[in-house]
Design a protein around this ligand. Structure first.
Ligand SMILES: Nc1ncnc2c1ncn2[C@@H]1O[C@H](COP(=O)(O)OP(=O)(O)OP(=O)(O)O)[C@@H](O)[C@H]1O
Ligand SMILES: [Mg+2]
Length: 243
């Protein structure tokens, strides 16, 4: 299967700190791929480079066969790449519907008037099971719904590639199951997903491939069971539990 994304020798230095060091991996079209690793491993920094928030110190990012390294963040929704943020950024003074509308307006979808935009946003809210909350403000909602809103807003840009940064953190087991279901449904629509996640059950249920990062480097890659049986990965995770 063709690769929608190819990361080659990606590095990011922050004043002497090698946050990401020579990381390469591919994401095949229509797949769900995971990135796991301990705190500070460099996962979000990789996302920030893939989504144009940070310029790589070295390396290239190829998307749909084109080198997009250095493309500015505001051009990304036009390319069909959308992301959520680990630190949630809902537009506070806007309702749930208006948050999703803002995604729709800046996305790839050809929308010619407000009525069409509202209909499209309503469709996204129904798809993400947020429609009954459309007139609420983000601050009135709990974490699981705010995370879902982030996903809905990204989805409204009509992406081909969706980057999810720990959207299942802090969810209880039922909410995690609901999130897993939503991501499978999104993927079923032909949207490729690259997700950073600490919840291993979710990774095991969703991802066909997992990239493991540690101290800025890629240390393992394979199916969920392959990486979880990798002695070095076990050592990293057990090491963490002992701390
Ligand atoms: N803008 C920045 N300036 C300086 N250092 C940064 C910046 N962003 C990240 N770092 C550092 O780079 C390293 C990697 O951080 P990053 O956020 O990518 O890790 P992460 O794997 O996403 O961790 P977590 O699981 O905690 O979210 C950390 O040491 C972090 O402090
Ligand atoms: Mg992070």
């Amino acid at each position: 299967m063709a690769n929608i994304l190819e990361i080659q020798n990606l590095s990011k230095n922050f004043q002497g700190l090698k946050a990401v060091s020579n990381v390469s991996f591919t994401v095949s079209e229509n797949s769900i791929t995971g990135i796991i690793g301990s705190n500070g491993a460099g996962k979000t920094t990789v996302f920030n480079m893939i989504s144009g928030v940070l310029l790589p110190s070295e390396g290239t990012i190829t998307y749909c066969g084109n080198d997009i390294t250095g493309t500015k963040a505001h051009k990304y929704s036009g390319l069909g790449i959308a992301r959520t943020f680990q630190i949630m950024k809902p537009l506070r003074n806007m309702t749930v519907l208006e948050n999703v509308l803002s995604g729709a307006m800046f996305g790839r979808k050809k929308i010619s008037n407000t009525k069409e935009a509202r209909e499209y946003a309503a469709e996204i809210l129904k798809f993400t099971d947020l429609y009954d909350k459309k007139d609420m403000y983000p601050k009135e909602m709990g974490t699981p719904f705010k995370k879902r809103l982030e996903v809905a807003r990204a989805l409204a840009t009509d992406p081909k590639l969706l980057l999810l940064d720990e959207v299942m953190a802090g969810l209880n087991p039922t909410e995690t199951d609901e999130a897993i279901e939503l991501f499978l449904k999104i993927n079923n629509e032909g949207i490729t997903i690259l997700l950073i996640e600490h919840v291993m059950r979710a990774v095991a249920n969703l991802c066909e491939k997992v990239v493991v990062m540690h101290h800025g480097e890629k240390v393992s890659e394979g199916t969920p069971s392959e990486v979880m049986n990798d002695p070095y990965v076990i050592e990293i995770y057990l090491g963490k539990e002992e701390q």
